[in-house]
Design a protein around this ligand. Structure first.
Ligand code: NI
Ligand code: CA
Length: 556
């Protein structure tokens, strides 16, 4: 008999997400993703000076602050018709690159890792065997010794005895969907603790050129203001020193841990568990020249998992639909025409999604009328399909080591592995940017800003790749102030509810067919949803001005 399960809220994400599934014989047959909070800033931006938008849109989120900052600045530069000088391009890449390194490490260990790793099982590991195991995945693994592993077990035992499990409370330890042996659990747990320190290092990298973190403040329309830092070799050295530390962690902990997990979860990957809509979209990002022709991540589209037929991206084919979103509106609109007009209808008396009605504050972005996944997996698949030499090589080499076919990418495991691979890829390129910066300064190029003025009227879009996926901001200016502003963020794409035709959004589709070991423990739902790295705060719009809330929810 089929059964409805509601997971509300999904934890270990930024913001509030509710997942409802229909389960039959422990297999998920249908799914609905609801974004349950309404907040954001697009409406507040109307009537304001576009030069202020960058600082304001950072407040969409407490995590993706820089992402929105840069998208907004790019949108304004497009509308103003101004090009920032090369040093500004490089500085922006250095901040965004640091954001990727920080976010991805934090995501795997602190937000997603415990969907794969059974912490309690780590207590029964043999530390000496764990050392041997870790050396099977890297010749010199991060912080690896039997004394260290034993001390991690002692720390965990103290935690458990105190009854205050802190970040390890309320999980599904012992669930049969956990597949790692105790030694692997111990290795990854030890890196979970190391990663707490490492994420600080990444934040410092961002702050060196961003002024502070979160919410950096050194970008302006036309360039950057971190002049003294960009021109100071001592500051550049501080950045490089931290980069080295981050890269070492990625190479000796993150990548080996992904390979370790893949060894034990490869059947799930091969079976395509969590694949989803299999349409992938990337705007392209990290410009390596000033015309955005040469990008670290290419721009493009892959439809229906067909990597033999990559398609170019046409910005005009992007629309947002609201048929199942709590907004007024009819047909899908291009973001320049987008509206944000609430129409809340709630859930039914049992607290379930009402038949075919609206059920989310998230809009449903479509490309060419179809839902698309964005994020690390989309970037990797688009690049792979286009035959991108370096990314294809990285993917193929990794698959060879793990003895897996390329189709394993279309899965929850593939999504998680793609994030690790792109972290390594970016880490390998940041030094080139630092070199270019130093060379340019040595050659006397010290321009950090191009003079510009707010146009009387205009429109522009800023499209780039940020850690969670393709991000676009669209701005319209009339009488020198913002007349319309729309952000379509990575999580809006991925958390989208059904489209007009009834097609499920990426989260929803990725859950279909998943077998749950225990329907009272939605571990498999968490594993797949977390693999997208949801950022709900980013995905939605504005809060109710009278009550400051739109829905009450219980935290079980
Ligand atoms: Ni965010
Ligand atoms: Ca929007």
């Amino acid at each position: 008999m089929s059964k409805r399960i509601v997971v509300d809220p999904i934890t270990r994400i930024e913001g509030h997400l509710r997942i409802e599934v229909e389960v039959d014989d422990n297999v998920i047959r249908d799914a609905w993703a609801s974004t349950t909070l309404w907040r954001g800033i697009e409406t507040i931006l109307k009537g304001r000076d576009p030069r202020d938008a960058g600082l304001m849109v950072q407040r969409f989120c407490g995590v993706c602050t820089y992402s929105h900052y840069e998208a907004s600045i790019l949108a304004c530069e497009d509308a103003f018709g101004v090009k920032p000088p090369p040093i500004a391009r490089i500085v922006r890449n250095l901040i965004n690159g640091a954001q990727f390194l920080t976010d991805h490490v934090m995501h795997f260990y602190h937000l997603h890792g415990l969907d794969w790793v059974d912490i309690v099982s780590a207590l029964s590991a043999d530390p000496r065997k764990a050392v041997e195991m870790a050396k099977g995945y890297h010749p010199n693994p991060y912080n690896c010794s039997d004394t260290h592993y034993r001390s991690v077990q002692e720390r965990l035992t103290k935690f458990v005895k105190s009854g205050r499990l802190g970040p390890f409370a309320n999980a599904y330890w012992g669930n049969e969907s956990y597949k790692l042996p105790p030694e692997a659990d111990l290795i990854i747990l030890s890196h979970y603790l190391d990663a707490l320190q490492i994420s600080k290092t990444g934040a410092q990298m961002m702050a060196i050129f961003g002024g502070k973190n979160p919410h950096p403040q050194t970008l302006v329309v036309g360039g950057v203001t971190s002049v003294a830092d960009a021109l100071d070799t001592h500051r550049v050295g501080q950045y490089l020193f931290r980069l080295k530390e981050m890269k070492n962690f990625v190479e000796t902990a993150y990548i080996p841990d992904i390979l370790l997990a893949a060894t034990y979860y490869k059947d799930e990957g091969a079976a395509g568990i969590g694949s989803g809509v299999k349409n992938y979209l990337a705007y392209g990002g990290f410009p390596l020249d000033d015309d955005w022709h040469n990008l670290l991540f290419p721009r493009g589209v892959v439809e229906g998992g067909d990597i033999a037929d990559p398609l170019p991206l046409d910005e005009k084919k992007i629309t947002e639909e609201v048929h199942h979103s709590w907004y007024k509106g009819g047909e899908g609109l291009h973001p320049f025409e987008g509206t944000t007009d609430p129409q809340y209808t709630g859930f039914d008396a049992k607290g379930h999604v009402k038949g075919d009605e609206k059920y989310s504050w998230c809009k449903a972005p479509q490309y060419d009328g179809r839902p698309h996944e964005v994020g690390p997996l989309a970037r990797i698949i688009v690049a792979y399909a286009q035959g991108h030499e370096e990314i294809k090589g990285l993917v193929d080499d990794t698959l060879k080591v793990a003895d897996l076919p390329v189709t394993v990418l279309f899965s929850t495991l593939g999504r998680t592995a793609a994030r690790a691979l792109e972290t390594k890829y970016i880490g390998n390129h940041i030094e080139d940017w630092v070199e270019e910066l130093v060379e340019r300064i040595k050659g006397g190029d010290t321009r950090t800003w191009t003079r510009c003025d707010v146009p009387k009227a205009g429109e522009g879009c800023g499209m780039l790749e940020v850690s969670r996926g393709a991000l676009g901001h669209w701005v319209r200016i009339d009488n020198k102030v913002i007349s319309n502003y729309q952000a379509v963020v990575p999580t809006t794409w991925n958390a989208a509810p059904r489209n007009k035709a009834g097609g499920r959004g990426p989260y929803e589709e990725s859950l279909i067919g998943t077998r749950m070991a225990d329907v009272d423990q939605p571990l498999e739902i968490l594993r797949t949803i977390h693999s997208f790295d949801p950022c709900m705060a980013c995905a939605v719009h504005v809060i109710d001005p009278k009550t400051n809330k739109v829905k009450e929810f219980k935290v079980a």
